[in-house]
Design a binder for this molecule. Structure first.
Ligand code: ADP
Length: 170
């Protein structure tokens, strides 16, 4: 069984992430989406909210599982028996960033191999950061996220702007 871990913040999951997972399903038998909870990174949405959005997105796909984790990604990969890590690449800065993480992960555990998929032209401009900017400035999210997540965000933040971000609550 080829099991890959797709680690990230998914704050929130976007159509860009979803495309990488769907294409990854052609390469791997099972993909574990790992929501990394890293205290040094400010999040807008709680880990539980991010988890339920990903669960709902892949409710019809039993080969996609969702977990929340803390700590080192390679340690979590070992814990869930994933010999592979999946990541997406949008741009040259993504490459530089991913390269450093790859070297670090290899240093920590050389048995885990990371696979990269290039984003498609339709989603290469999409990022969770951009989505959060749009939410803050009351913009339209259509085409960037699945409709069920857009519906929830519009319900959470009527009028657009989040009153308090998750990061403000700590
Ligand atoms: P992280 O905080 O680890 O970068 P993200 O949730 O931002 O977590 O991203 C997780 C993974 O998804 C990363 O490999 C990132 O490059 C990739 N990714 C994010 N957005 C896109 C996109 N639009 N197309 C392809 N890959 C993407």
């Amino acid at each position: 069984m080829k099991r890959a871990l797709f680690p990230g913040s998914f704050d929130p999951i976007t159509n860009g992430h979803i495309e990488i997972i769907q294409r990854g399903l052609a390469l791997f038998d099972e993909i574990i989406v790992g929501i990394g909870v890293n205290n040094s990174k400010q999040a807008m949405f709680s880990p539980e909210q991010r988890y339920s959005w990903i669960q709902e997105t892949f409710a019809q796909e039993p080969r996609v599982k969702v977990h929340i984790y803390t700590g080192l990604t390679v340690e979590f990969a070992n814990k869930v028996n994933a010999r592979f890590i999946l990541r997406g690449l949008r741009s040259a800065p993504d490459y530089e960033y991913e390269r450093n993480i790859d070297l670090l992960n290899k240093y920590l555990d050389s048995s885990i191999e990371t696979f990269y998929l290039l984003s498609s032209p339709q989603t290469s401009f999409v990022s969770s950061t951009l989505v959060k900017e749009i939410i803050r400035f009351h913009g339209h999210l259509e085409g960037l996220l699945p409709p069920h997540i857009i519906r929830d965000i519009y319900a959470l933040y009527p009028g657009g702007k989040p009153a308090r971000a998750e990061s403000d609550r700590q």
